[in-house]
Every structure is written in C-alpha cells, then in structure tokens.
Design a protein around this ligand. Structure first.
Ligand SMILES: NC(=O)c1ccc[n+]([C@@H]2O[C@H](COP(=O)([O-])OP(=O)(O)OC[C@H]3O[C@@H](n4cnc5c(N)ncnc54)[C@H](O)[C@@H]3O)[C@@H](O)[C@H]2O)c1
Length: 249
C-alpha cells in the first residue's frame, strides 16, 4: 500500500465522485495531497479526514486559481509530482443539440472542461520541469473518442482534452513528464444520477455497455492511480478507457 509513498499529488474536482475516490485511493497509497474544488464544504471535510491533505477552493475555469494550486503544492510540500485534472461538468440534463445549444452553455462547458485543463497543465508542467518530471492524468471521457448526439460542448471539450494530453506528452517526454488521459464510461456519480437514476436511462446504459452495469468511481480512481504511478513509466500520450467495453462495440 505504498504505490505513491511521499509523492505530492494535486487533484481537481476532488470533492465528489471520481475525484473524491481518487483522493481516497491516492492517500491509501501514501500520497500527500492538494485537493481542489468549488465545493468548499465537502472538499474541506475530505481533506480533514485524510492523513496528509490540504484543500483549496478553486474554480478551474480561472487560470490564476489553477496556478495558485501548484503554488500551494510547492509551498506546502516543496514540489509537485502528480496531477489529476479531473474537475468537470455535464451540459445539462436535457441535451439541447447543436442548433439549439445556448452560447453561454458552450462557453461554460468549454471553460470548465477544456480551458481548465490547459491552465492546469501549464502551471503543473512548469513546476515539474524544476524537479525533473512528473505524471499528469487528465479526465476525458468516452465522449473524447466518439460523439454523442445533443451534447456538442461536452464532446468538443473532451476531444480537446485528449488533444492537449497528446501535445504535452510529445512536448515534455524528454524532460521526464508523462501525460495521459482516461475515458470513463457511465460511472455512478452525482454527474450521472439523473440519467442512471431514471429507469429508462439505466436500461439504455445496461443495453449499451457490454458489462451490463455502470462503473464505480473507485474503478476509475484505480486507473488514474496506475497511470500516475511509476508502474506506468512507459505509458505516455495514451487515452485509456474504463467503460465496461462500451467503446469496443
Ligand atoms: N460520471 C461519469 O459517468 C463520467 C463519464 C466520463 C467522464 N466523466 C468525467 O469525470 C470527471 C469527474 O466527474 P464525476 O462523474 O466525478 O462528477 P461529480 O459531479 O461527482 O464531480 C465533479 C466535481 O467537479 C467539481 N467542479 C465542477 N465545476 C468545477 C469548477 N469550475 N472548478 C472546480 N471544481 C469544479 C464539482 O464540484 C464536483 O466535486 C469530469 O471531468 C467528468 O466529465 C464522468
């Protein structure tokens, strides 16, 4: 249980779902954590329950707040080894489709799901270059590899996350930085509770996913943990799915 012993890891969207599960798994493996989220109450409570964690309220759509997270890691622990850029939002319970997609929704979804990753990556890579490298994992989605009708903002943002991941992977591999993306399928979290909580949505998911079930946040956290760890030392620029076989169909 010391996969990440003494590593310093930053996690965004840490207050809920996949980010929260990752915080718990990374801590179990000995990491020292900087946790970030807009949900201050849940984030603070989580940090207080872990052996070595600080929480900072952060809106990842603001570049200066993303930089401040890295500064906090350096100030608190002296370095940054791992970053899990995971915060994100869906584009709403009723997908409006491309022609009716509100411009404000487009701006919001792109800012929180894509620009945020760009802002975080820049600050994180700068920090990791000073200490000889690190491992970055970005949360994309199955919607970063294929399209779903009705959610153009989310699909575009997640495809963009995959592109940014590959760019950083090729730019900084020689300096010891690995950058990979994960593609969760249908995972039981707050984000999917409306869809998976409805009988029709759950039946559709069960038919579409070869495993016949939704994933658990911990199953995604374990993939992020492996990619973050030195065991994945030759994995760089990859998009790895944890989707119960959905993309294989
Ligand atoms: N649940 C799924 O089925 C699924 C599938 C594919 C990808 N994802 C991705 O996984 C990531 C985590 O989602 P989740 O399912 O755990 O959902 P979640 O809603 O449980 O967690 C998302 C977290 O991000 C935080 N957040 C939202 N906006 C933020 C902002 N501007 N700044 C900082 N934090 C912010 C929320 O407060 C929340 O704690 C997202 O990027 C999502 O797109 C989820």
């Amino acid at each position: 249980m010391n996969e990440l012993q003494d590593k310093v890891a930053l996690i965004t969207g840490a207050a809920s779902g996949i980010g929260r599960a990752a915080a718990l798994r990374f801590a179990e493996e000995g990491a020292r954590l900087v946790l970030a989220d807009i949900d201050e109450k849940a984030g603070k409570a989580l940090a207080a329950a872990l052996p070595a964690a600080v929480f900072q309220r952060c809106d990842v759509s603001k570049h200066e707040q993303c930089s401040a997270l890295v500064e906090l890691a350096e100030k608190t622990y002296g370095r940054l080894d791992i970053a899990f850029n995971n915060a994100g939002i869906s584009d709403g319970p009723i997908p409006p489709g491309t022609l009716d997609y509100p411009l404000e929704l487009w701006d919001r979804v792109i800012a929180i799901n894509l620009s945020s990753v760009f802002y975080c990556l820049r600050a994180q890579v700068r920090s990791m270059l000073k200490t000889g490298g690190g491992s970055i994992v970005n949360t994309a989605s199955i919607a970063g590899q294929i399209a779903f009708a009705g959610v153009p903002g989310y699909v575009a943002a997640k495809h963009g996350v995959v592109g940014l991941t590959k760019t950083v992977a090729v730019e900084y591999a020689a300096q010891g930085i690995r950058c990979n993306a994960i593609a969760p399928g249908f995972i039981e979290t707050a984000m999917t509770k409306d869809v998976l909580g409805a009988e029709q949505g759950r039946q559709m998911m069960q038919m579409a996913v070869p495993a016949g079930r939704a994933g658990e946040a911990r199953e995604i956290a374990d993939l992020a943990l492996w990619l973050a760890s030195d065991r994945a030392s030759y994995v760089n620029g990859a998009l790895m799915a944890a989707d119960g076989g959905f993309l294989a169909r």
